[in-house]
Write a protein that binds this ligand. Sequence first.
Ligand code: NAD
Ligand code: IPM
Ligand code: MN
Length: 353
Amino acid sequence: MMRIAVLAGDGIGPEVTDEAVRVLEALDLPDLALLHGAVGAAAWREHGHPLPPATLDLARGSDAVLFGAVGDPACDHLERHLRPEQAVLGLRAQLGLFANLRPATTFAGLEDMSALRPEIARQIDLLIVRELNGDVYFGDKGTRTTDDGRREGWDMMSYAEDEVRRIAHVGFRAARGRSKHLTSVDKANVLETSQLWRDVVIEVAAEYPDITLDHLYVDNAAMQMVKSPGQFDVIVTGNLFGDILSDQASMCVGSIGLLASASLGQRQTGHGTFGLYEPIHGSAPDIAGQGKANPMAAILSAAMMLRHSFGLDVQAMRIEAAVGQALADGIRGGDLGGTLGTAAVGAAVRERL
Ligand code: NAD
Ligand code: IPM
Ligand code: MN
């Protein structure tokens, strides 16, 4: 039995997750169990918490989690631990999902939708390996009033060497399976957190003599990504920088509605590596409820799930090829300058499976 926890969440999360589920169902996989749970603002409204214990248990008891998105402007005033975003942060932390893979590759025929010139967009074939359990995301934080009466917010940024080492290994191994080029992105010229990051990545590099390693400061990396994204193969970076660079990479490809992600840890199930799969985008409150979100990122996340958590490479490639074919055939939602809605884009992908 393939047990998949489906946590659709808020805003466009349920809209795009529905289409991903319909693609999975269209594959006629044997023994597919889809188990739905509440997360985010929806869960807070119903159960008083964005990540209810029953949902965490459901995720723990499954082989993989298919996640939509969480976030609701109506919750932005809540105490931080009750905000919808804590659901996805809590799942990543509680399930030990420290390695976030965010691939960004050009789709043939979509070059004109890139924010870059088409000949530059065509070069993009990169993978961002983002550390997901540490950094300023998970350090102590708070607010205080200074002696002279000013309000202050603070967040502690840190990485321990073992945290850096394990994500560096993920980066080097990913590069080994691709073009053997790893770029580590940090801010070592200013931050001690980053200097340690860089030192540890260099230590780990000794175990991967076949991989070319270079280092970029994050500001330069952001510039290089729009100047010549073709120079990147695998990027390994911390939680915050990876968050920002991956949204940027999405517009180099053409839309944030196209980029999928896998969040992985150590745990193995009877089928493969346990993981959480989600689009890199959020709940998009500005278009939620209008049926116009692009479901391709969610659909491609389901493909990553089949590959990493179930070893179903052929079915994963079928989904990826169907998305690529739909785009090549001119299937376009509003995010890509077209008029098709979420359901029509989902149907177009299923027709091409
Ligand atoms: P967002 O990614 O939700 O939206 C950014 C912009 O991209 C919006 O204009 C939106 O309409 C557009 N967009 C996003 N996905 C799209 C899609 N599939 N098709 C077409 N257009 C799409 O980011 P935001 O507006 O900064 O955040 C909104 C909420 O989502 C916040 O509460 C934020 O915390 C949350 N968020 C959650 C996740 C997650 O659950 N993993 C990720 C990012 C943001
Ligand atoms: C993402 C999101 C999350 C992050 C938020 C919602 C906590 O932006 O998955 O990219 O910052 O990691
Ligand atoms: Mn993000």
